[in-house]
Design a binder for this molecule. Sequence first.
Ligand code: SF4
Length: 138
Amino acid sequence: MKDIIGVSACLLGINCKYNGSHNLDPKVIDYIRGKEIVLICPEVFGGLGTPRIPCEIQKDGKIINKIGLDVTENFKIGKEKTLELLKCNNCSKVILKDGSPSCGYTRIYDGTFTNKLIKGLGVTARYLIENKIDIIDL
Ligand code: SF4
């Protein structure tokens, strides 16, 4: 069966990033050429609009946006919808945008909104790993 790959939509130029922009990555464009893909954006799936106030994972695991609103439930919905979409499409591999509180797979911001990256997993990345979805690191 042909592999279908889930891809963080912002990496392909979709303007779903918190600031209304994208993270277009030519490496990803090259990699997916000729392959079937499914676009994901857990934060949008979780009901957060674009643009939106940036969010970071706190030490206690809650996700708070920059003005102090708790968006943990939105992130939970987003990760579950993402997995559901991947499973519906028999998709067992994803390419994720690192550094995001949802999609980050090696690093995330430290929760202080001071632009400091630390080692860690975003909420959706962690959930996908727990559910046997492989992350492709390009
Ligand atoms: S949630 Fe993921 S796909 Fe959506 S904008 Fe953030 S990094 Fe990109």
